[in-house]
Design a protein around this ligand. Sequence first.
Ligand code: BES
Ligand code: ZN
Length: 463
Amino acid sequence: MRKSTLSILLAASLTLGATTTSAAPLTPVANAGNLQSDQAFDNKIVKRIKVENIYNHIAELSKQPRVAGTQGEYEAVEYIKRQFESYGYETELQPFDIYSYTAPSLNELKVDGNNLTSSSFTYGVNGEVTSELVYVGLGAPSDFEGKDISGKIALIQRGSYSFAEKIINAKKAGASAVIIYNNTGGVINGTLGKSDDYIPAVAITQEQGLALKERLGQGETITATLKVEGAKTNKATSHNVVATKKATQKSTGQLVLVGAHHDSVAGAPGANDDASGTATVLELARIFANAPTDTDLRFVTFGAEENGLLGSYEFVERMTQEDYDRTVGMFQMDMVGSKDAGELIMYSNDGEKNIVTDLAAAAGARLAESGEALPYGLGGRSDHVPFQEIGLPAALFIHAPVEPWYHTPEDTLDKISKEKLEEVSTIVGAAVYQVARPDTPALENAKVAPKEVDYVFEERELE
Ligand code: BES
Ligand code: ZN
């Protein structure tokens, strides 16, 4: 039987032990029901979590770096897939192309036979061109109109359009190469983004560019030679690993996502970043495999997070409209086990609370001895970002400030704390079960957070 609303409120404020700052009464998460029974349900999940399993997965995964697209990543992907399958999950690999770039061995610009120092663009192409310079302003399509640019070198000022757009516009207008000069002090270290559509391009300083522009403006003909050699774009394949559990009874049709990234940076064993999150996803998957649920669950480990969240962008790209509409929220765990990091916090990409932070704050309050809810803050930099960008509630679980070993070869197993792993796995596990267990009704509108527990915004230093 359910308690009266009043006793729920009382129990909530007692359990949370918090003082509200707003005038609104302190209320528990919608459908939290009887807190005591919530705690009994929490225990069903929490008591089954074996931190030793999480630790052992980290030990296995952190034996070598797991750079996206390398054998190290692939071995991790196979390990993760095998684990999911051993728990009985239908497991899918999502392969996707990733690109890396080898900078040119030679990047040369000669004007009237004199060498000018120049820099190259990441994903720029090789080539050698000797031709006349033509000044084309910012390099917008209209800047090329009425100019005889065919086969010539376009001199373009930085600004308003991306480097790639300027180069593609020049190519379309018939130019054979491009020089982009800075619109501020210093050297340009530009990137174009992977494409096959470029012509050779180099960058020079503002001073160099303005001097050339001035001479052209006075009607001089300037001939330049531009040479880019040895640049290489390398293609590789990264993978997401996706394990799906269908509701076991009375399905609400809703879907909850739990994620982490399995790749690491080069040279780093990535025990904490992010074997810790990956290992926690595995252990939660193991437990939920046999739990009664009325909600579909998807456990995902992303590839190529360190290359710019590429795996999670790929995942949202592949989501169907139907899956999007039924997704309640996404829990991302990244760097959740370091001895040397600060306390657990939840970051959302917009700095706002959402259903994921609400559920975990409430779970944290129920599980913590202090009864204190988790704080939240504003932060991107992990795989929750693409989900929030398409309008889904998501949050990153991380310890902040992060440890000094972040992205170093010292990010090793011996720095992992079982207590930290225990805290995050129980909180996320209990929060997910709050939605997924069959006795709680479906959250009516997955896009709108339920009533909030009292938890606070914190602006905490990350590094
Ligand atoms: N685990 C980090 C994210 C992180 C680090 C968040 C420190 C907060 C504090 C993640 O793997 C990472 O390194 N992300 C990149 C960004 C990404 C878009 C390439 C980063 O933060 O540089
Ligand atoms: Zn990370």
